[in-house]
Design a protein around this ligand. Sequence first.
Ligand SMILES: [Fe+2]
Length: 310
Amino acid sequence: MAMTGVLRPGHAQVRVLNLEESVRFYRDVLGLVETGRDAQGRVYFKCWDERDHSSYVIREADSAGLDFFAFKVLDKATLEKLDADLQAYGLKTERIPAGEMLATGERVRFELPSGHLMELYAEKTAVGNGLGVVNPAPWGREREHGIGPVRLDHALLYGPNVAEVQKIFTEVLGFYLVERVLTPDGENNAAIWLSCSHKVHDIAFAEYPEKGKLHHCSFLMETWEQVLRAGDIMSMNKVAVDIGPTRHGVTRGCTIYAWDPSGNRFETFMGGYQPYPDNTEPLTWTFDNFGQGLDYPQRKLHETFLTVVT
Ligand SMILES: [Fe+2]
């Protein structure tokens, strides 16, 4: 197997202000599949084509935002090795026992210098995508319920110390830098897009003074038409749209940014190119041209992109 180590984004746990209103939004408007509720009152969702039990978990709280973001790793031996590697690097790690989240094995949790809680885990119960594994149909009813994204694709997180975060992801966790935006003086990275796979990004960070902020969780759509259909469904349901439909210069992805009822930004996204880890020269955007990086056709650095986070 060519893919080892950290495989992909696994789950995000997000705080919402009103649980049932949010369940209706994520289930009926975004079109995620509800897969369970636990004794803590958390509600678990997956996208239609994800085979593991859950990728997006919400809990009711007084403030919106991200509790933690997790990556699935290849196996338990990899989990042990990465835990040891993180500790050897100087980070404190914590073990969250199997079963603390529904259908999820033991997790290794650590805090980034940006203030975000990250987790690694190796095991989550496979529930399938409802299409079976023998002569499966290409899609089913669940894709057509609401927006119906394919999978949780990535997140963009805002916080301080992005240079240190980059070192942890590239030197310990096996990620590589795909794209970056330079600071206005050109000396440092204001934002970084990191991949652990051949996706154009699995996680991204932007320098921001406040710790632990969520810019958006992104959900993959199959086609540009599906992104436009997502925009139709957002409008039909009076969803607050931030930017798009448009194309990013950074990643070349096609996008709509919008907000859930609690103000957590989410993205419906498709496209981009396929980098590989021998991609030794990250694509670089100068800060004065980041308007094109964000919104290529309009060449506009939308104020909300820089300032609105949860
Ligand atoms: Fe994104």
